[in-house]
Design a binder for this molecule. Structure first.
Ligand SMILES: NC(=O)c1ccc[n+]([C@@H]2O[C@H](COP(=O)([O-])OP(=O)(O)OC[C@H]3O[C@@H](n4cnc5c(N)ncnc54)[C@H](OP(=O)(O)O)[C@@H]3O)[C@@H](O)[C@H]2O)c1
Length: 270
């Protein structure tokens, strides 16, 4: 099993570590590096992985480094790790939103192999959705290594055009928050109409979960499944007429806003 070094011990590192260990990845092959002892030690205690302070760790040749720090910290973190990177030439997988391969390689001082990945937080229960883009320097073995790591925590989708990472970030990277907002809105609306909150929450949750599973397991399109449950003049049709007044244009605006934010995250974008 390849060795994995995480730079960063925040939300995304935790989601990936949790997902990997849950899927049977040996904890002893995973090391987490972050400056604050509290967060990295929490990951070590929870999952049995190694924890180390920033820059106190060597990189093993043939290993994979997962960059999971905030975009604003990337240049400084990679500059500090330039020596070990040049020596070991590991595969770098960056999960940072909006940071292009060229910026990462510039920060490393060399065109080392880089895979950009955009996972999402359901990765922590093995139900993530990750889009991947490989730089030309990534060889087939490294491509398969990246696929094995991200594939252990959910589905993976390779992109051939790096520019599409911004819209993928807007769709699936940020997407869990939209679905949660939708669940909150359904719950609040049902409570406003008199249902008790625990029942509203449980019914909203199972509706989203069951519908997603139905779409996944039948393989039918959302449009086709929706038509099957919408009788003309019925209750569903009454609600859909209201949703159609704004939902699609809101989705367009929301994803455009997220993609635009992703495009502006890189400090020295080409
Ligand atoms: N959250 C999501 O849903 C999501 C989805 C897709 C992609 N991402 C991407 O994942 C990345 C991390 O996001 P996050 O939500 O996990 O952020 P976060 O919770 O703020 O975690 C950032 C981590 O970076 C660490 N760090 C800062 N400076 C460091 C250094 N010099 N060396 C090593 N580690 C350092 C911090 O260390 P301390 O703990 O010691 O402070 C912290 O553990 C971002 O680039 C984001 O775009 C996030």
């Amino acid at each position: 099993m390849q060795e994995i070094l995480f730079l960063g011990a925040g939300n995304m590192a935790r989601a990936l570590v949790a997902g990997l260990v849950r899927q049977g990845w040996p904890p002893a092959s995973i090391t987490v590096c972050a400056p604050h002892a509290e967060r990295r030690e929490a990951l070590a205690a929870a999952f049995g992985v190694h924890a180390t302070p920033a820059q106190a760790h060597a990189i093993t040749p043939g290993s994979t480094v997962i960059l999971a720090v905030k975009p604003k910290n990337i240049a400084a973190v990679l500059a500090a790790w330039q020596g070990p990177f040049r020596h070991a030439r590991p595969l770098l997988i960056s999960v940072a939103a909006g940071i292009p391969v060229a910026s990462l390689q510039r920060a490393l001082g060399e065109a080392l192999p880089v895979v950009r990945a955009m996972p999402n937080t359901p990765a922590q229960i093995g139900a993530g959705a990750t889009a991947l883009f490989a730089s030309p320097e990534v060889n087939e073995e490294q491509r398969q290594g990246a696929a094995a790591i991200l594939g252990a925590v959910g589905s993976i989708h390779w992109l051939e055009d790096e520019n599409l990472m911004d819209i993928v970030t807007a769709l699936s990277g940020s997407g869990p928050a939209y679905v949660l907002l939708f669940m909150e809105a359904l719950e609040d609306a049902a409570v406003a109409q008199g249902l008790d909150r625990p029942s509203a929450r449980a019914l909203a949750l199972q509706t989203v979960l069951g519908t997603a599973r139905m779409a996944a397991e039948t393989g039918q399109s959302p449009t086709s499944l929706r038509h099957q449950v919408t009788s003309p003049g019925g209750t569903t049709a009454a609600a859909l007429a209201v949703w159609e007044e704004g939902l699609r244009s809101l989705a367009q605006r929301a994803l455009a806003a997220a993609a635009q934010r992703s495009r502006t995250l890189a400090p020295n974008k080409d």
